[in-house]
Design a protein around this ligand. Structure first.
Ligand code: ZN
Length: 345
């Protein structure tokens, strides 16, 4: 079976590759249909590592996937062959303390697709636990199904923020995750979400949604724009999604007294934080690492029509051209949000 294999930093190959594994009683075998290219996949391709996760052996990329169930283990009751599904890529140890607390995303033993040494899903078939495989509602397409994974991070951020109806939020950074966070915040009850970035094409894409306002920080200081929008009071929630040091240093200036900061973006290196600035407004700080228990909620929002992620799909490339797709993703064009790979029929 062919797979998209990261042989080493900077070198991809589309070649025969068997991922070891057998169908256990609680597993399903899935024919992959659509796989999104994530910033982390691209980062492994271009840098060979993310923090202490280092690619040491050839690894199959991809973790944002939808597909069709081919076969079910004997103990699987909720799924059957032919079901259209999407897959949650992080598998924790169900007996761990973190899992028992409902925090399975921070289980130290979690095995996450395309995070060394675990192989991803850019291969025509995968075996996956049924409990981390979700049926797609009838009107949710395979392409949207492959968007649930990045949207899940937005859902986690919105849940951590504890949004109140009518809140005003700010999102710093209009990458794919910043956009997902903005849409989840709107769905979670924010009246207005102000999204800030330097890249106008990205801002234009997200500005097409009702309830989103944009600020190009090349043209206007963000603190000034937020002060104007909130009559000098500040935003109820600030979602830091850029990971950029200046944004982190100044994030407290955007929040109202007693508001919340949700740290979503991941700076490559440690960055300075203005502790006194945070204290002086008694801001609540939340952090987000992936997500837990949000797939059902995400799919419910997509099925209801409250969240439409299709405008964020910039292009779909066939599996045979997936290396070119990765090269395009590595260019990080400002007009691209999400690139997806259509797996072989
Ligand atoms: Zn991802």
């Amino acid at each position: 079976m062919k797979a998209l294999v990261l042989e080493e930093k900077g070198k991809l190959a589309l070649r025969d590759f068997e991922i070891p594994g057998t169908l256990g009683p609680r597993d399903v075998r899935i024919k992959t249909h659509t796989v999104g290219i994530c910033g982390s996949d691209v980062h492994y391709y271009t840098h060979g590592r993310i923090g202490h996760f280092v690619v040491q052996e050839p690894m199959v990329l991809g973790h944002e996937a939808s597909g069709v169930v081919l076969a079910c283990g004997d103990a699987v009751v909720d799924l059957k062959p032919g079901d259209r599904v999407c897959m949650e890529p992080g598998i924790p140890d169900p007996t761990s303390r973190a899992s028992k607390l409902g925090l399975y995303n921070v289980d130290p033993a979690v095995r996450f697709w395309a995070t060394p040494p675990v192989h991803g899903c850019l291969t025509p078939e995968v075996i996956h636990p049924a409990t981390f495989t979700y049926k797609l509602p009838d009107h949710v397409s395979f392409a949207e199904g492959a968007m649930v994974e990045p949207f899940a991070i937005g859902m986690q951020a919105a849940l951590r923020a504890r949004i109140q109806p009518g809140d005003i939020a700010v999102v710093t950074g209009a990458g794919p995750i910043g956009m997902m966070v903005a849409l989840a915040a709107l769905a979670g009850g924010c009246a207005r979400v102000i999204v800030a970035d330097l890249a106008q094409p990205k801002l234009d894409i997200i500005a097409a949604y009702d309830g989103i306002e944009t600020v190009n920080i090349r043209n206007q200081p963000l603190a000034e724009a937020v002060a104007t929008a909130t009559h000098g009071w500040g935003a109820d929630v600030v979602f830091e999604c850029s990971g950029a040091a200046p944004a982190v240093l100044h994030m407290h200036e955007l929040a109202r007294p007693g508001g919340a900061i949700v740290l979503v973006g991941m700076p490559v290196d440690p960055v300075p934080v203005d502790i006194v600035g945070l204290q002086a407004r008694e801001l609540r700080i939340e952090t987000v690492f992936r997500y837990a228990n949000v797939y059902d909620r995400a799919l419910a929002l997509m099925a209801s029509g409250k969240v439409d992620l299709t405008p964020l799909i910039s292009a779909t490339v066939p599996f045979e051209d997936s290396i070119a797709g990765f090269d395009r993703a590595a260019e990080a064009r400002d007009s691209d949000v999400k690139l997806q790979i259509a797996m072989p029929e």
